[in-house]
Design a protein. Structure first.
Length: 184
């Protein structure tokens, strides 16, 4: 049983809206179908889905995307960009108009929960980035599924444990009492 009803829309208040349309089961496993709407210049930072494939097909606008150490590439309506599990990447709206894509994440794992909570944290801070306590909790809990490759390793291995300890002492993680266990 899923924790969300569909469609399930999240908005980070910084130019990214993501609509989780439905979960679909097939002979190849489960996948989460999505639609995203990205404002000019906006998009997620370099990240990696360790266990999931992500694919986006441009419906409107111009997408820019990049893998570490490679030049930026671009696509337009009808183009599909796919990132295999373990393939670090980022994408952004490289045009002057709204970017709209449809796509999927397979298998879904905890990506819907993780992104819902990250987007909510970004909205709460109003600064275009999540609260440090939230990112420490979420990135630590779901590190087997997801990674932020632009974040320095020292921050993740030294600062995150400190923030987690302080956050627990302060009761900052009550909101995550029902957080699903990580996969993998």
């Amino acid at each position: 049983m899923t924790r969300y009803s569909y469609p399930h829309t999240i908005d980070n208040g910084s130019g990214e809206r993501l609509i989780f349309l439905r979960r679909v089961s097939s002979a190849h496993g489960e996948r989460l179908e999505v639609e995203n709407v990205v404002q000019p210049g906006a998009g997620p930072p370099m990240h990696v889905h360790h266990l999931q494939e992500e694919a986006l097909t441009v419906q409107q606008g111009r997408i820019g995307y990049q893998r570490p150490g490679q030049p930026a590439q671009y696509g337009g309506p009808g183009d599909t960009v796919a990132f295999a599990a373990g393939d670090a990447h980022r994408f952004w709206n490289a045009g002057d108009d709204e970017l709209r894509c449809t796509g999927h994440i397979a298998p879904p794992g905890n990506v819907e929960y993780l992104l819902t909570e990250l987007y909510a944290s970004v909205r709460r801070t109003g600064k275009g980035r999540p609260d440090p306590f939230d990112i420490a909790f979420l990135m630590s809990r779901y590190r087997s599924e997801f990674g932020m490759t632009e974040m320095p390793a020292a921050v993740q291995s030294i600062l995150f444990p400190v923030l987690l300890t302080i956050g627990r002492l302060m009761g900052r993680y009550r909101r995550y009492a029902d957080a699903p266990e990580a996969v993998g």
